[in-house]
Design a protein around this ligand. Structure first.
Ligand code: CA
Length: 224
C-alpha cells in the first residue's frame, strides 16, 4: 500500500512518514500543494494524507483539482480547524475522511485502515439502501424514486448514519459530528432530530432504515 503525505510541517511529516513505514506502508512526501498535486497526477497512490493549510496551493484546491480531473485517490484531510463547515466542505469536495489536529497516531492508523478497506469517495458518493438513494454530492435523497426534502442538518445526519450501515452511533458521537457539541451537551437534540428525520424518510415506508439501539444510539440498515 502506497501513501502520499502532503504536509508542510516537517516535524509532522517526518513523524507520520516514520510511523507509517513502521506499519508496512510505502510512503512518499510532498511539502506543498503543487508538488503534492503533481505527485498524485503522476503516480498511483492508495491514499493521500492532505493537510489543508499548505504553501503554493492549499489542501482545498488540491482536493478539488484532483476530483475535477477525475482522480479518485482516497484522501484523508488533516484539519487544524475543528468546525463542522470544514468537515462538510471537505466531504463535499470529495475527501474520504478527515482528522482534526492534534491527533494520536493510533487514531490515524485506524482511520487509514478503515479507508483502505472501503471504496473510494466516488464509489460511496451514491448510497443505496433498500429503495432509498442518497447522492452525497447533490444532497438528494429519494425513496422509490420520489425526492425527499431534508434540511442541511437532517441530510448530514442521514449521511453520517448511511455511510456506515449497521454501525451504531451513540447520541454523543452524533452530537459531536453534526452539531459540534461536546459530550456534556444536551443530547436530547439528537433524539428530536432523529424523530424528524424518521418522519420524513421512514414513517410512510414499509422498510424502516433508521433503527434505535436501546441504551446505545442509532443505526442505519436494511433489516427486512
Ligand atoms: Ca500546514
Amino acid at each position: 500500500m502506497r501513501i502520499l503525505i502532503i504536509e508542510d510541517e516537517t516535524k509532522t511529516s517526518n513523524f507520520l512518514s516514520k510511523g507509517l513505514k513502521e506499519n508496512g506502508f510505502t510512503v512518499d512526501t510532498a511539502c506543498n500543494g503543487i508538488d503534492g498535486l503533481n505527485a498524485l497526477e503522476q503516480n498511483s497512490y492508495d491514499l493521500a494524507i492532505l493537510d489543508i493549510m499548505l504553501p503554493l496551493l492549499d489542501g482545498w484546491s488540491v482536493l478539488s483539482t484532483l476530483r475535477n480531473k477525475d482522480i479518485q485517490t482516497r484522501v484523508l484531510l488533516l484539519t487544524a480547524r475543528d468546525s463542522i463547515e470544514d468537515r462538510v466542505k471537505g466531504l463535499e469536495l470529495g475527501a474520504d475522511d478527515y482528522l482534526v489536529k492534534p491527533f494520536a497516531f493510533s487514531e490515524l492508523l485506524a482511520r487509514i485502515r478503515t479507508l483502505l478497506r472501503r471504496g473510494t469517495a466516488a464509489e460511496i458518493q451514491k448510497i443505496q439502501c433498500a429503495d432509498m438513494e442518497i447522492d452525497a454530492i447533490k444532497h438528494r435523497v429519494t425513496r422509490k424514486g420520489v425526492r425527499i426534502d431534508l434540511t442541511p442538518k437532517e441530510f448530514q445526519l442521514l449521511l453520517l448514519l448511511a455511510r456506515h450501515p449497521g454501525e451504531v452511533f451513540s447520541r454523543t458521537v452524533i452530537a459531536e459530528q453534526i452539531w459540534d457539541m461536546n459530550f456534556d451537551s444536551d443530547t436530547n437534540v439528537v433524539d428530536v432530530a432523529i424523530r424528524r428525520l424518521r418522519n420524513k424518510v421512514d414513517d410512510s415506508f414499509e422498510d424502516k432504515l433508521i433503527h434505535t439501539i436501546r441504551g446505545v444510539g442509532y443505526a442505519f440498515e436494511q433489516r427486512s
